[in-house]
Design a protein around this ligand. Structure first.
Ligand SMILES: Cc1cc2nc3c(=O)[nH]c(=O)nc-3n(C[C@H](O)[C@H](O)[C@H](O)COP(=O)(O)O)c2cc1C
Length: 391
């Protein structure tokens, strides 16, 4: 297994030498990338000698002539670990800067990233650092909280680099997670649908596609091959997922059905419109003083239809947006639609669900068992959900 160890300009950089050895003992091929500031504390020679691998610093370093090392290293790595992670490197990577070799590798890398921050407690508590850490937690990253203790300059507080054992264990756990769905296919429907009223107007809902995107990221992190059938959304989907863009519920069903029979897990996270105008007008409905009545017809029940064509052993999961009293309805839906489980979003709460970055899911399985994820990022909820489905 290949690991890139990024070392940034922290006083704790000296600990990265032992960490590299511990990771090698755990079975990893370790390649080290230093920031300029890290070089003030440790040298490339130290890591090259310890690991037997070249050490990168400058964005234009090319151990193999003619090959862009940042792309090669990003492609070949199974995990990117940044330890110690300085405040500067955390803030840069959270915001997509790629102005040195380490941040460029991080931007080119699509797998799991682990940050082990080490810094002065005031830098760690700074609003900008907190915001960056929140951003990173919402993506495919793990933050190993620094330990509380005496830090240099006579201060006390959270800022000390996590122990080597904790860092190595976290790498192993994340790597194990990346194998869980290897060789499995996951199909996800995501976002809203738009049902045309005329050529320029449509019926839709407030779904942002954030939960669907988080599910796609989580399934990729677990090693799955992912297909997303997505309604019109602004939320970017991971590039490693195969994405099929649709507009209406009927198109969603058509596209998802073509991929359902080979899927091992099917998750219906899309907010499919239940009804559509029966006869959308070509052109534009003109204003008049008269009332306007729209005739609506029922749309297909996408997840129920997918359950019908799914493999027998596939796990089909529905999402239900219910007001807090809707649990009974959710249980009925599982049986009516032939699902393995249903994830309930409580839409009576503003801080979670539609368009929010956080969510809290109640997972109800066909056997009647119920479990809640607790409030966490949508990626956290997605990982939790997939783990529960497989449990
Ligand atoms: C002696 C010394 C120790 C430092 N220790 C830390 C530290 O532990 N954590 C941190 O975030 N910054 C620390 N800094 C500041 C960083 O080195 C500085 O912000 C640098 O620009 C980080 O660059 P990099 O993120 O590219 O490595 C320290 C600076 C000095 C001079």
């Amino acid at each position: 297994m290949n690991l890139v160890l990024g070392v940034s300009g922290s006083i704790a950089a000296y600990r990265a030498a032992d960490l590299a050895r511990d990771l090698m003992r755990a079975g990893y091929t370790v390649r080290v990338c230093l920031t300029d500031a890290a070089q003030k504390f440790v040298t490339p020679v130290l890591f090259e000698t310890l690991t037997g691998q070249p050490c990168l610093i400058d964005t234009f370093d090319e151990p193999e002539t003619g090959r862009m090392a940042h792309i090669d290293w990003a492609r070949q790595a199974d995990v990117l670990l940044i330890a110690p992670a300085s405040a500067n490197t955390i803030n840069k990577i959270a915001n997509g800067y790629a102005d040195d070799m380490l941040s460029t590798i991080a931007l080119a890398f699509t797998g799991p990233i682990i940050f082990a921050p080490a810094m002065n407690p005031a830098m760690y508590a700074h609003e900008t650092t907190r915001e960056s850490i929140q951003k990173l937690k919402g993506r495919a990253t793990t933050i190993l909280e620094p330990q509380e203790g005496d830090v240099v300059a006579g201060e006390h507080g959270p800022g000390k680099l996590a122990s080597n054992m904790e860092i190595v264990n976290s790498v192993l756990a994340i790597e194990k997670r990346s194998q869980i769905l290897r060789g499995k296919r996951v199909l996800i429907t995501s976002g809203p649908t738009q049902e045309p009223i005329d050529s320029i107007r449509f019926l839709t809902n407030r779904s942002s596609g954030k939960m669907g995107a988080a599910l796609a990221r989580a399934a990729l992190l677990m090693g799955a091959e992912v297909t997303v059938v997505s309604g019109p959304v602004k939320e970017p989907l991971p590039i490693q997922a195969q994405t099929i863009h649709i507009i209406t519920a009927e198109q969603m069903l058509d596209q998802a059905r073509q991929n359902a029979a080979k899927a091992d897990i099917i998750i219906g996270a899309a907010a499919v419109a239940d009804y559509r105008p029966s006869a959308p007008l070509k052109g534009k409905i003109r204003r008049s003083e008269e009332s306007l009545h729209l005739d609506l017809v029922a749309n297909p029940d996408v997840i129920a239809e997918l359950a019908k064509v799914a493999k027998k052993e596939a796990r089909v999961i529905g999402f239900a947006a219910e007001p807090d009293s809707g649990l009974e309805t959710a249980v009925q839906k599982i049986h009516r639609k032939g699902l393995f489980a249903i994830a309930v979003n409580d839409i009576s709460r503003k801080e979670i669900g539609f368009d929010a970055d956080q969510n809290e899911l109640m997972l109800i399985k066909a056997d009647g068992s119920k479990e809640t994820s607790g409030m966490q990022s949508k990626l956290g909820c997605a990982l939790w959900l997939l783990e529960r489905i497989l449990a």
